[in-house]
Structure formats: C-alpha cells, structure tokens
Design a protein. Structure first.
Length: 196
C-alpha cells in the first residue's frame, strides 16, 4: 500500500551535508519530481520523513518543506529535529563547536522535552527550531490540510481501503502531534503519568 521515505530535506546544500548527493539526479536537484510521479503512478501512499535543523537550514526553507509536503498530498509526514546522538560525527562536531545543549546529554537531562532542539543551530535559535518543527507538524495535520490531502485521487483515494486507512490514521497522528510535544522523556515520567 505504501512505505516510509526519508526525503530528509529539499535543501540541496543540506543533502550534501548529509552525504546524500545521490538524491540529486546527475548532480541536479529536482525536488524529487520524478520520484513522486512514480509513487503516484503505482498508487503508493507515502509517509514522507524530513529532518530540520541542518547547518544550511533556515526558517524559510523549513517552511518551504512543509508546503511542498502539503502540495504533494502525502498520506503522512514527519518533520523531525536533527538529533545529535552520542558517538556520531554530528555529536562530535557539535561538541567541538560548543553547540550542544542540556550539558551534552539531552536524553538524561531533566529539562529536555520531546521534539525540542538539543543543540544550537547555525541560522536560528534552538527555540526557533523547536517552534518550526512543531509548526510543520501542526500545519501538515490541521483539519483543512488533512481534508486537502485526502483528495489525492492517485494515492489516498485510489481504493476504498486506502481512503479508509487515510481517515483512520490521520486523526490519530493529529492528536499525537499535540500530545507528545514537550513531553518529558524517561520511565519515571511514564510512571507518574499512569498513576495520576
């Protein structure tokens, strides 16, 4: 029926930073036009995944990403903040540059919250990055956007089963956007939440 695709970014400079120049056809980036056309041809419902917060990202190109995802009427989309995991090249780079937040251990820090920036980006503040990611999630999952995306005849409306799948899951994802934003990580928080 469909699958998850890590488009990651529409910014060709960000793709180069990720060593994903393979996403550019013969060195030219066409915003995945050919690939999206193939997805539609075969009626594949797509969960489009993006990361935001790369050193070449700006508020403007993050906004362009969510608008592109809406224009292409993907079934689902994720706009995840780039995360510096320990022992990765990104973590080491940000550590050397003094850009890690939460004492460099966001996953253990009492102040860290789900879907918040764990580092200082180059072209915006950490709070702006957090806000932009949340904005993209809210915008993509707003009631009007869900209705608009449901009307894609080659994918989301291709069969009754696909249409029902779209409408079963999108309200759940919309609810999760608001439920998870800012949640504290860890088992203790989970236990506290269950006991209330």
């Amino acid at each position: 029926m469909g699958f998850v695709i890590g488009f990651e970014s529409l910014n060709p400079d960000s793709l180069s930073l990720m060593d994903k120049d393979i996403n550019k056809e013969q060195g030219v980036f066409n915003e995945y036009a050919k690939e999206v056309a193939i997805l539609r041809k075969y009626g594949l419902q797509t969960w489009a995944a993006f990361t935001v917060g790369h050193d070449t990202d700006t508020v403007e190109n993050i906004l362009q990403t969510v608008e592109w995802a809406l224009k292409n009427k993907f079934t689902f989309a994720a706009f995840n903040i780039l995360m510096p995991y320990p022992q990765t090249a990104l973590y080491k780079q940000l550590e050397e540059e003094g850009r890690l937040l939460y004492d460099g251990k966001w996953w253990l820090h009492d102040d860290y919250r789900f879907n918040h920036a764990a580092f200082t980006p180059k072209n915006m503040t950490a709070d702006e990055l957090t806000s932009m990611s949340f904005y993209c999630r809210k915008r993509f999952n707003s009631p009007l956007a869900v209705l608009h995306r449901s009307l894609e005849p080659k994918t989301n409306m291709r069969t009754l089963k696909k249409f029902i799948t779209f409408w079963l899951y999108n309200p759940l994802f919309r609810k999760e956007v608001h439920k998870k934003q800012g949640l504290k990580l860890g088992i203790n928080h989970f236990k506290e939440g269950k006991s209330k």
